[in-house]
Design a protein around this ligand. Sequence first.
Ligand SMILES: [Zn+2]
Length: 190
Amino acid sequence: MLPFQLAEIVNQGKLVSDEIIINLLSRRLEEGEEKGELGFILDGFPRTMRQAEILEGVTNIDLVINLKLREEALVARCLGRRMCSQCGENFNVASIDIEGENGGAPMYLPPLLPPPQCESKLITRADDTEEVVKNRLRVYHDLTEPVEGFYKARQKLLEFNIPGGISESWRKLLEALNIEDSDNMRSAAA
Ligand SMILES: [Zn+2]
């Protein structure tokens, strides 16, 4: 498949076919193994039961982390995405401030604003419209719910509710994983 065909599928809010993903993935995992890589993180994969089943035959997965964000925050965040057309950096202009519901904690996600030199060069991805984003979420939920069950039954699923901005979420995620943040430790020691 040619790159422009991939872009076309993604722009319509559809997902790329299993065959393409599995081919790319097994090739990449083989290369990693040859280079002596000790492990890997798959981001956003598997999304479907079929992919999860194929993946079981390709490699051994230790843990699946389900990152969860409330839908209103998710949509606002997707619509706030911007990219600098000159340097390619990604930013987010959406500032999310949601009051806690039913005794839940409030959520504040600060925007990720560009430096002055990028401000006038920001572009929005063609597939970041509300209609496409909402359709993508519907497709996502329909396909991934069984996948969550698949890994839950195998006791490999960690559900993680994103509590706020990146630094807060990162700290809490490391806590949940029982991992120390070596970068923070180093800078704290310096
Ligand atoms: Zn820039």
